[in-house]
Write a protein that binds this ligand. Structure first.
Ligand SMILES: Cc1cc2nc3c(=O)[nH]c(=O)nc-3n(C[C@H](O)[C@H](O)[C@H](O)COP(=O)(O)O)c2cc1C
Length: 319
């Protein structure tokens, strides 16, 4: 389908046709949501992060989190861990599940993860990052990429880390322009994304504070980055991947997306969990600020699927 088009950029030998990508988000970018966003125009599918020890423990959770369908390719599996050998061992296992790319999370600020040297905790140890990327790129067939932050408040070593990733065979850097301490608050530093872009030759994805369609081009122009990742704004407006700001999404489209997402969720998780896990998106899709407390409560309540959809349609017709 894309053969005659020019890719926006190439991750080693994987062409990417598009410059806006749904960011990996634990608890949000599960298969129903990421496949939905891919259908709406997100340029590739990026899974939530998966703990490498879980993969090696034979738990069923990783296979669920890393599920994909062919139409979603290119697919990136994101892993996190704190030990290069364990990361490699797990990456070799999941490579057989067929991803196009394997990505290492070096940005998660959660204490339970970063304090033990995984997520952004990896950025405290450039040597460990070098070892991880050397091992992975030597042994894996698929390209290996990394998603980082600025670093820690007193050690914003994003430029060094980006160069290490490149030197050690990594094929792409995604940079969220915030420190560990900032977590998700304050403004993202787009100047840092521009610095990284000029420091490496591999593609760079800029991330942080892309809220509206026009921000995609703004971030690209400001930093020279190859593509942008959109996280929180996409939860309320997945139509951003179709080039639409929320106020311009036709009601028919909202209606269809709600039905489609709920169907995917129920197909993937079963009736009860599927509906429960969909509710947090439903309140966002329906323009949260226009809902009364009572309506929000109705949406968040348990309902049989048929009635749930009918109720959503009714709520939507009234806002
Ligand atoms: C609820 C939530 C879960 C997240 N989980 C992940 C994750 O699993 N892997 C990852 O690399 N980043 C994760 N992130 C960070 C996002 O990918 C992204 O870097 C961040 O939200 C900044 O982008 P934004 O300003 O567009 O939201 C998560 C963010 C949120 C809000």
């Amino acid at each position: 389908m894309n053969e005659n088009k020019t890719p926006a950029y190439v991750i080693r030998d994987v062409p990417i046709y598009g410059d806006a990508i749904l960011a990996p988000m634990d608890g949000y970018s599960d298969w129903p949501f990421r496949s939905l966003c891919r259908g709406l125009g997100s340029a590739m599918s990026y899974t939530e992060f998966v703990k490498v020890e879980k993969i090696l423990s034979k738990s069923k959770q990783p296979a669920k989190k890393l599920y994909f369908e062919e139409a979603e390719r290119p697919v990136t599996f994101q892993l996190y861990g704190d030990n290069p050998d364990t990361i490699l061992e797990a990456a070799l296992v999941v490579q057989d599940w067929g991803p196009d790319i394997i990505d290492i999370n070096m940005g998660c600020p959660a204490k339970s993860i970063s304090d033990r040297g995984a997520g952004v905790g990896m950025m405290k140890s450039p040597l460990k990052i070098a070892r991880t990327f050397r091992k992975l790129t030597a042994k894996l067939k698929v390209p290996v990429t990394g998603k980082i932050r600025l670093g820690w408040e007193k050690n914003q070593n994003y430029r060094l880390i980006a160069r290490i990733v490149e030197e050690c065979g990594g094929s792409l850097i995604a940079l969220h322009g915030r420190t560990k301490e900032q977590s998700y608050s304050g403004n993202a530093n787009w100047d840092a994304i521009a610095e990284v872009k000029s420091a490496v030759r591999i593609p760079v994805i800029g991330n942080g504070d892309v809220r509206r369609v026009e921000d995609i081009e703004k971030l690209k122009r400001y930093t020279g980055c190859d593509a942008v990742m959109i996280g929180r704004a996409a939860i309320a407006n997945p139509w951003i991947f179709s080039g639409l700001n929320r106020e311009h999404v036709p009601s028919q489209m909202v209606h269809e997306t709600i039905r489609d997402h709920l169907e995917r969720s129920v197909k993937f998780y079963g009736e009860e969990d599927g509906q429960r896990l969909f509710r947090k998106y439903a309140v966002q899709y329906l323009l949260l600020q226009t809902l009364t407390r009572e309506t929000r409560k109705r949406i968040l309540q348990k309902n049989p699927t048929g009635q749930f959809l009918a109720m959503l349609n009714e709520v939507y017709a009234s806002v």
